[in-house]
Design a protein around this ligand. Sequence first.
Ligand SMILES: [Zn+2]
Length: 325
Amino acid sequence: MRELSGLVQTVVRGSSWWERHGIDGGLLGLAFLSLAAGFFCLQSDNRLLFCLGIFIQGAAHSTITVKGSHMASHYALTESRFWSRIWAVFFIEICGSFPAHEGVHNHVKLHHAYTNVIGLGDSSVWKIPALSRYIYLFLAPLALPILTPLVALGFLKDMEYRRALRSLCFISLGLYGHYWLLLEISGFQSAGSALCCMFFTRAIFAIPFIHVNIFQHIGLPMFSLDKKPKRIQQMSHSVLNLPRHPLLDWAFGHSIVNCHVEHHLFPNLSDHMCLKIKPIVSQYLMEKNLPYNEDSYLSRLQLFIQQYEELMVHVPPITQLVGIQ
Ligand SMILES: [Zn+2]
């Protein structure tokens, strides 16, 4: 890992601020601009333009709440600790309707630190064994816009009082702000129609979001805490990259789509830097005879439909990686 870190650090040191943070900051700025354009499209009586408004807002909302929140949770948007904390609250709480502290803890401290370690970062949070395969894969994700603030409320009641109050205020501000802009700018006449629009824009990318999250870890080797291999072996075995896709890259970011292996090895790098180090990481892992897992979206979807019971209902067996512990 030290050897690979050295190679990656050389690339990082040789990259400009624009590459390290500017490109992704610019993309998030563009997402806010397109979100604003979406509010104006939603004013239209033309059905096509209205649907375009829903789609634009959905894509922008996903870029802001998934790519933005994810990078903010890793403090990858800026090198300043102070601004990193501000961005985490802004993206995760105000935009993403989730308490920032809990989001960072669950994603960074559990999922990243214990990737595919049974009982800790094993992605079991994504499993709902009571649901059948087609309901889980194609219908249940649509409930995410409603479930997210409800789950957030569940976390708030266990949090320290002042932190919970702050999170509640910011989450409410984000939700009410979206609702208010739909009434004031897009001209929705009733609370019901504005809330329906909020639901659709927030649900539009929920299905691929769930897919991407389960495709990249579930079904790959898992480890018990006392037999966890070295970090480079753990990540190379238990993380998978999907291919590049313009819409998914825009909505979720490279770290979540086509550079997930690189992201798990170097979680503090921005999306663009993960893309830049991808050839170095893939070549290094292949030279060391370590896996570099890649598969297409459709192939993973087929696998999850065919082996749903094994992957998502029953607890998967611990794969003993003989010789690498
Ligand atoms: Zn991450």
